[in-house]
Design a protein around this ligand. Structure first.
Ligand SMILES: N[C@@H](CCC(=O)N[C@@H](CS)C(=O)NCC(=O)O)C(=O)O
Length: 260
């Protein structure tokens, strides 16, 4: 195989985390936007133990999950690409895990609770852009079913959206607290996997212009209002700054920007 294939949903912030890490490591890869509904079958066929995106098809097998993809990339990074382990690897992993388990889940639930109940059609292009024509048609035809499954599967709705927003307030207060001493990185003195995780998973609340997808997304009303209300929080400033300084460089180092 020529290059590893990273299977993604363009909209997914966990996929952005994996894509950013591979770019940072200077590992050439093909980002393959996969049709919702087929992703689990493809993952199973490749031998993944679970079917969520992102998963990476490599010559040596499949690597599933953003965290495992970072681990895989660590030992294959380009000679001039710095490690993402951080100078306090335990702390970097602990921060990453908390972000994966809480902020990542609730950013997604907050966004979809608003978008899929107020204007589901606005989300569809994010799942169909970049797919071959027949798959775009299939996504369009299946969209009402997909929306119903997402609402059930992620427990979405106005009250749930507000609950997720409140949980995010707590997580942002924690991150604002970490950043209060003016540190440039979340864990120790080096840019690490904790930073890529925080910036990617919070990017839907910031829409940084360097993001390969969100810069052109129209956000639903509650999210748009929240983006403005939270824009000057230390964490959001930090996400913008991290994208501006680190994401562009990472994409250049890989030499092949991911498709939007
Ligand atoms: N902790 C996982 C989370 C992955 C995840 O939740 N992926 C979502 C997209 S944001 C997904 O594939 N959902 C559809 C599914 O699980 O079938 C990671 O970091 O990779």
């Amino acid at each position: 195989m020529d290059k590893p294939i990273l299977y993604i949903f363009n909209i997914s912030h966990y996929c952005e985390k994996a894509r950013w890490a591979l770019d940072h490591f200077g590992i050439a890869h093909q980002a393959q936007h996969v049709m919702v509904g087929t992703h689990r079958r493809i993952a199973r066929k490749l031998g993944a133990r679970h079917g969520s995106v992102p998963f990476l098809h490599t010559a040596g097998g499949v690597v599933a999950g953003s965290s495992a993809i970072i681990d895989w990339g660590e030992s294959r990074r380009a000679a001039d690409a710095p490690s993402l382990a951080g100078d306090d690897p335990q702390q970097a992993r602990a921060i990453e895990k908390r972000l994966d388990d809480i902020a990542g889940v609730h950013v997604r639930r907050f966004y979809y609770s608003d978008a899929l109940t107020s204007d589901p059609a606005s989300v569809r292009p994010l799942f169909s852009n970049g797919l071959p024509l027949w798959q775009r048609i299939a996504v369009t035809l299946a969209w009402p079913k997909v929306v119903a499954m997402m609402i059930k599967g992620m427990d979405l709705g106005p009250a749930q959206g507000q609950e997720s927003r409140a949980i995010l307030e707590g997580e942002l207060a924690w991150l604002d607290g970490l950043l209060a001493d003016g540190r440039p990185f979340l864990a120790g003195a080096q840019f690490s996997r904790a930073d890529i995780t925080a910036a990617s998973l919070l990017a839907p609340l910031v829409a940084p212009k360097e993001h390969p997808v969100y810069a052109s997304v129209v956000f639903p009303p509650a999210l748009a209002t929240t983006i403005v209300a939270w824009a000057q929080r230390p964490t959001m400033r930090w996400v913008r700054q991290t994208y501006a300084t680190r994401r562009v460089l990472a994409r250049m180092s890989c030499g092949a920007p991911a498709p939007a």
